[in-house]
Design a protein around this ligand. Structure first.
Ligand code: CO
Length: 512
């Protein structure tokens, strides 16, 4: 407004200003998300180089806008109001969460952020080369640099007990190594025991009996049916194809998932479709009226993963689910399923087999892959493990926990992209997702009479409604720990997941 102007403006509170600035950030994020989706689904190969430059330009702008949230001391004033309890319930959540993210970002100097980004970008090619050849030394100096930077990040951000806590926090706010350790130790002991029993079982399985010829257009239709049936809204989303399935939100009315397809194996697509649709149901269930604010953001990666794993495994690998879907699968693909009974089908989609590769792991062994990564990365960040010893330690743990011998580093310590991308503290959220999922599912069953009877009849709305009411609608109102307590009446306990696995696999493998 020009000096001396007498024009009246409506009174805008600091909170209104914050909301306007957040909404601008949300538009930026929408654009970046759409470009990212395009990159993974449609972009021709030669578009990659300049697309990367576009991303880096937009990321810079987004960061600049984020820093400007506090232009003219806006956040400081709001922080003061927050501390004086002058904000209403919704405003409290928004300011609390924005300030939390902002404080962390502010502690990382621009120079540090740049160095991290450059180091990670440079490391990627070396990691790929090392993975292909199995030669750890090719990647080792880059990994050492990344670990040094992550330690520096922890120091800059600050922590109470372990530097690892500072790295967990952006993915699973409030979670600490001290909380994870007993949780995972308990789980590890249980899983190793269960695995030993399963290995001794006389039950034999043959998932190869599912192979056949499955035209891709018919597979796509079937996957669309499955996603729609569990509640994915195709008027507010899409299902496409990509090498690595993912979910991305453009805005609340546009949540996109991808799956992967194999003409020889129709089941290759169904699990990822259910997994991503589970993520998408969460995104579609967030309160869209609060779009752009933390009230419409997911709580944490662990909670997000609980939604995908719940639909993928607890529902999608269950007998009630297939009582409904198996007749449809048989009708669509009488070869080979016409000759396979539902009982045999169920028995053979639930194969437990220790393997080298995390992303191919079954429900029982999956968390052991995660626990190994957690123990190693915590050791690296706290300084107890020397990066040069990684292959040796990795191979020892795979032998000890899973009973498998790692033939080369490419399918061992180098298999995942995470560390080369600087993602330390990320892996535990996968295992947490599994633990949360079992506890949520148990609570939903408790609160909903005949939940699984409804699923057998193809009615998934009872389960989805429970998730909507107890998890999705809250956005970031609660921390993950409080959300679990609110939704289930208890703190997070590994017992639910252990009980779920023990009951299910005792039947399948006829264990004592
Ligand atoms: Co996921």
């Amino acid at each position: 407004m020009p000096k001396g102007s007498t024009q009246k403006v409506p009174i805008q509170t600091d909170f209104d200003t914050l909301k306007a600035r957040l909404s601008e950030l949300a538009h930026f994020s929408s654009v970046i998300a759409l470009l990212d989706w395009d990159k993974q689904v449609y972009m021709p190969k030669h578009g990659a180089e300049l697309r990367a430059a576009t991303f880096s330009y937009l990321a810079g702008l987004l960061h600049q806008r984020f820093v400007e949230l506090d232009a003219d001391g806006l956040l400081e004033r709001l922080r003061h109001e927050l501390n004086q309890n002058k904000l209403d319930a919704d405003q409290t959540v928004v300011v609390r969460e924005v300030v939390r993210t902002f404080d962390r970002e502010k502690k990382l100097p621009q120079k540090f952020v740049q160095e991290m980004a450059e180091t990670v970008a440079r490391a990627h090619g070396f990691w790929e080369e090392a993975k292909k050849s199995g030669k750890f030394q090719i990647f080792a100096p880059h990994l050492e640099k990344i670990i040094a930077l992550k330690k520096e990040e922890a120091r800059l951000v600050g922590y109470k007990d372990s530097p690892y806590d500072a790295l967990l926090d952006p993915y699973e706010p409030g979670m600490t190594a001290a909380q994870l350790e007993p949780l995972f130790a308990d789980l590890r002991e249980f899983l190793v025991e269960l695995l030993k029993k399963i290995k001794k079982s006389k039950v034999r399985q043959n998932p190869k009996m599912f192979f056949g010829n499955f035209p891709l257009d018919r597979q796509r239709k079937l996957n669309e049916l499955v996603a729609a049936k569990i509640g994915f809204n195709f008027s507010a989303g899409r299902l496409d194809e990509s090498t690595h399935p993912f979910t991305i939100t453009i805005n609340p009315g546009d949540v996109r998932v991808t799956s992967r397809f194999n003409p020889r194996d129709v089941l290759y697509s169904i699990s990822p479709t259910l997994h991503e649709a589970g993520h998408a149901l969460y995104e579609q269930g967030l309160p869209s009226e609060h779009f752009g604010t933390p009230l419409a953001d997911p709580v944490s990666l662990g909670i997000h993963e609980s939604q995908s794993r719940l639909w993928e495994n607890l529902v999608g690998l269950s007998l009630p689910f297939w009582k409904y879907f198996y007749p449809k699968l048989r009708k669509e693909f009488p070869k080979p399923f016409g000759k396979i009974s539902l009982g045999d089908f169920y028995q053979n989609i639930n194969v437990v087999k220790p393997s080298l590769i995390r992303i191919e792991a079954d429900e029982v062994t999956y968390n052991l892959h995660i626990i190994i990564r957690f123990e190693i990365e915590k050791g690296l960040i706290e300084g107890a493990i020397n990066p040069a010893d990684l292959p040796k330690i990795w191979n020892q743990k795979y032998k000890e926990y899973l009973g498998v011998t790692v033939p080369n580093n490419g399918v061992g310590v180098l298999q995942d992209v995470h560390w080369s991308s600087g993602l330390f503290g990320y892996f535990p959220t996968y295992a947490l997702g599994n633990l949360y999922s079992a506890q949520f599912y148990a609570a939903a069953k408790d609160a909903t009479p005949n939940l699984e009877k409804a699923i057998e009849k193809g009615d998934f709305s009872k389960l989805l409604n429970w998730l909507r009411r107890n998890i999705h609608v809250h956005g970031r109102r609660f921390s993950a720990a409080d959300l679990v307590r609110e939704a289930t009446g208890e703190k997070l306990k590994p017992e639910y997941y252990k009980k779920y696995l023990a009951e299910k696999y005792s039947k399948i493998y006829r264990l004592e």
